[in-house]
Design a protein around this ligand. Structure first.
Ligand code: IMP
Length: 430
């Protein structure tokens, strides 16, 4: 397979970073296709730690081309900071190894501010966003008033575009009781950042199309997870982009047949950061223990993640919605030492058993998980690289999950180390 898309199948934080890193070592082109700097992952290469938010993972490796596709929203100031940080770590970033779709919408300071203001105004009804301005920037994109990267190349018409945008935003700001913005100041700010980012702008869609034609290996790097998808997730407690695999094509400028293999990343238990329904959330010591063992703190915001048992109903649904061919099961080692493990196999909704996650907010909040209990294992799975290294109960757990989610397990990840995987099927060789 020349093209592999990596998609999170829960609420993000499934451990995509390690798998993307593992796959990007073998890819020629790595493409981000949705989201923005709300994502975050840490790569450890030859003992050096790299923190990435918006830049595709290929950036830390020589000879790869990294592409920020049109489906992403780009904060130019955050991007320049991220590039500077990586350059300080001796990573070379040039217009040869980084191309940003010229039609990406920009995240402006006013978007971050609006995100924060709205969250504060919502009180206990807040979404729990990353406060990076992601939602407001996507709103402006679909509202057809966004400033796009290519607009920075035309300073003479930039002011007109900014004024149109501010007609909308200043009305909102008046409503929220904050100071209105002056178009000149924003235009000036944009003109200052333009030379730092415009050199990377280009028709990214063409580059990706040509790479495909030349038989190059493309890796589509998803951010967040299907349950945060704006259509299919736990709306309104979602991010503002489509995160399913179909978006990899649309958000990179390719047709729907472009994706060869879709790898879903699935954590062996469940976590969520931010507000919203979470049927298997466990607020007892079990949830605490999962959080401690799994080091469940957000990479971007440092927030503590909510934790609970594996929910096979949610994952099965996500995998179908995202068109996943096989999964990578991550963090199995976090379950070492539990006497018993629970897996959610259905829900009770007002006394009726259902086998899918309903769309309504009220139903989502009131479903009760129906659990199956499985024996745990006392041995360690940490660092295992073959089935033979796993305790029998761990193999049973993985096999039972595979059955419940109706999707094959292609890989099992058994530690944060890149080489600690049990490989059943290589996505690039499938
Ligand atoms: P936003 O994307 O900042 O608007 O946040 C919307 C929701 O998505 C919140 O619940 C965030 O916690 C969640 N979210 C956004 N990005 C990530 C991520 O990379 N990992 C996990 N959750 C995320």
């Amino acid at each position: 397979m020349a093209d592999v898309a990596v998609i999170g199948a829960q609420w993000g934080d499934e451990g995509k970073g390690k798998l993307v890193d593992w796959l990007s070592a073998r890819a020629d082109v790595v493409v981000r296709f949705q989201g923005g700097h709300n994502a975050g992952h840490t790569l450890v290469i030859d003992g050096k730690v790299y923190k990435l938010s918006l830049l595709p993972s290929g950036i830390v490796r020589d000879g790869k081309v990294s592409v920020i596709g049109n489906g992403v929203v780009v904060d130019p100031w955050a991007l320049v900071d991220e590039m500077d940080r990586l350059r300080d770590q001796s990573i070379s970033i040039t217009p040869v190894n980084l191309v940003i779709a010229e039609n990406v919408p920009l995240i402006l300071p006013l978007h971050g501010e609006l995100d924060v203001l709205r969250e504060a105004a919502a009180g206990d009804k807040k979404i729990g966003t990353t406060k990076r301005g992601i939602g407001p920037a996507y709103e402006d994109k679909v509202g057809r008033r966004a400033i796009r990267l290519i607009d920075l190349a035309y300073p003479s018409t930039l002011k007109e575009k900014v004024e149109k945008l501010l007609t909308h935003h200043n009305a909102l700001r008046r409503g929220l009781g904050v100071k209105e913005l002056n178009p000149e100041a924003l235009v000036e700010k944009l003109k200052q950042i333009a030379p730092k980012i415009l050199p990377y702008a280009g028709p990214a869609w063409r580059l990706v199309q040509e790479a495909r034609k030349a038989g190059k290996r493309i890796l589509f790097e998803g951010a967040q997870g299907v349950l945060l998808d704006v259509d299919h997730g736990t709306y309104p407690y979602v991010t503002s982009s489509n995160v399913v695999a179909g978006q990899a094509a649309a958000g990179a400028g390719l047709g729907p047949k472009a994706l060869g293999y879709v790898l879903g990343i699935v954590k062996a238990y469940t976590t969520r950061v931010g507000e919203g329904p979470f049927p298997t959330e466990d607020e007892s010591e079990t949830g605490q223990l999962l959080g401690e063992r799994g080091r469940e703190f957000g990479t971007v915001t440092g927030r503590k993640r909510r934790c609970g048992w594996f929910d096979a109903v949610l994952v099965r649904q996500s995998l179908k919605l995202a068109g996943v061919d096989g999964i990578a099961l991550t963090k199995l080692d976090v379950l070492d030492g539990f006497n018993e493990l629970k897996v959610c196999i259905g829900y009770d909704l007002d006394g009726k058993q259902i086998d899918y996650f309903p769309a309504g907010m009220d139903a989502q909040a009131s479903v009760k998980p129906v659990y199956e209990t499985m024996p745990g294992w006392q041995g360690s799975t940490e660092g295992a690289r073959s089935w033979a290294d796993l305790p029998a109960e761990a193999v049973k757990y993985v096999r039972r999950i595979e059955e419940l989610i109706e999707c094959p397990v292609a890989l099992v990840s058994t530690s944060p180390e890149r080489e600690d995987v049990i490989l059943m099927r290589d996505p690039y060789e499938d």
